[in-house]
Design a protein around this ligand. Structure first.
Ligand SMILES: *Cc1c(COP(=O)(O)O)cnc(C)c1O
Length: 415
């Protein structure tokens, strides 16, 4: 593909139609990831449920729906997005450690396929809501397998000290007490040990612990309908450093662990499907010569892409110059009033000038979805690209939209 194009779209040309910064996602790249994963699993009865939080844009979700991908949701808002994007409720699993009464009721009414339950309290709540609605809810217990995913501490979720899931001992009691929950059909296991995992070993450990528990349950007479192995597959943010797990190796590990299982295997990939398909397109506002370093001040900032500030994450930064220029080190920063608003330090880049176009790579997951209005900066436009064409799937937020729910005090009430 020619330099400066993504999915056949010339980003320079696109940046004349749309003011920077904006997010652009390659449909072809997303399709390819889905295809690779589905091909690796093709002999298994599987369901791929995209973790909506990675990229909840309804245009992206609609693309997933067209590929037969379901949704892993963690809130009522994500449920409504998935339904709006025409993902069938029969392909939706509801995860999360803090589901409210209202959210459970809405998800049950919508007919979501399965609730991934994370505490005894949630099990009791689901029983109550399902009883009220006169239905039987399908549920899986989220196991905390107590494995170290060897990823960033803020995105590690499968250790005993983390807030997620319950111990196998507790899960055993849930199955033993099933009669106490007549409106909950507990027939699944679930685990999700963390995100951006680049080694197979932690996955294998978690899969083996789940498999041992599945065999034990089977022997005790509990037939399982589904085993949900969560998400977490890592991607390459830093070429030459990050070596992601091949989908085929991951699928083989699943096959080995659950040999003989007759139910359905569920996967909840988020980052893996979208991270590398997305870029943040931005311009250099100015080059500032500091006392010790040279700063590249971009029109994108930490509120648009939080990952560097939040996780010290590396993102490749690619100037879209048409001619070669000498390399030099830059601190690449945004306009937000915090030192944390830094995309890279001492990064070697071809020399840049005000107005130059750059892309920040690997921005398709946990980019737009984690963005905020900090510094009263409007949310960015998002564009879906597909083989030379583009479609705007989110318009840039206007000032009026940004403050639409705010008002001057209309009346003062005594509380
Ligand atoms: C966040 C999350 C995922 C997706 O994680 P990725 O690392 O993006 O694949 C899947 N399942 C659950 C329960 C999650 O919380």
């Amino acid at each position: 593909m020619p330099f400066g194009t993504l999915d056949g779209v010339d980003l320079h040309a696109l940046a004349t139609h749309l003011p920077t910064p904006f997010y652009a996602y390659s449909s072809s790249a997303i399709r390819e990831r889905v295809t690779v994963l589905q091909a690796a699993l093709k002999d298994l009865d599987t369901r791929v449920c995209f973790a909506v939080k990675a990229n909840p844009n309804i245009g992206v979700l609609h693309l997933m729906a067209g590929l037969g991908v379901g949704a892993d949701i963690v809130s009522l808002g994500e449920l409504r997005r998935a339904l709006r994007a025409r993902i069938s409720p029969a392909r939706i699993v509801f995860s999360g450690v803090g589901k409210s009464d209202e959210e459970i009721a809405a998800a049950l009414s919508a007919g979501v396929w399965k609730f991934n339950l994370e505490s005894a309290d949630e099990l009791a709540l689901l029983q109550g809501v399902a009883h009220r609605q006169g239905v039987v809810a399908r549920a899986a217990v989220r196991i905390n397998p107590d494995v170290d995913a060897r990823t960033h501490a803020k995105i590690s979720t499968g250790k005993a000290e983390n807030k997620f899931g319950v111990s196998i001992e507790e899960a055993r009691d849930w199955f033993g007490d099933a009669a106490k929950y007549p409106n909950v059909h507990l027939d699944g296991l679930h685990a999700h040990i963390g995100s951006q995992i680049l080694e197979l070993a932690p996955f294998e450990q978690a899969l083996q612990r789940m498999a041992a528990f599945w065999r034990e349950l089977e022997q005790a007479g509990h037939q399982l309908d589904s085993i949900d192995v969560g998400g977490g597959l890592g991607v390459c943010y830093r070429p030459g450093e990050d070596a992601p797990i091949a989908a085929t190796d991951y699928a083989d590990a699943i096959r080995r662990a659950f040999d003989g299982f007759r139910g359905r295997i569920v996967l909840e990939p988020g980052r893996y499907l979208v991270a590398e398909a997305g870029v943040l397109v931005t311009r250099v506002l100015r080059v500032k010569r500091g006392q010790e370093r040279e700063f590249l001040v971009l029109d994108a900032a930490m509120n648009d892409l939080q990952r560097p500030a939040l996780y010290d994450a590396w993102h490749d930064i690619v100037p879209l110059h048409s001619e070669p220029r000498p390399l030099q080190p830059y601190d690449v920063v945004g306009p937000v009033c915090e030192t944390g608003d830094t995309f890279a330090r001492g990064r070697q880049l071809p020399r840049c000038e005000a107005g130059d176009l750059l892309l920040i790579a690997g921005a398709g997951a946990y980019g737009a979805s984690m963005s905020s209005n900090y510094n009263s900066r409007p949310l960015l436009a998002e564009v879906l690209l597909d083989q030379g064409r583009y479609a705007i799937v989110r318009r840039r937020q206007s000032f009026e939209q940004m403050i639409a729910t705010e008002q001057l005090p209309q009346a003062w009430h005594a509380a």
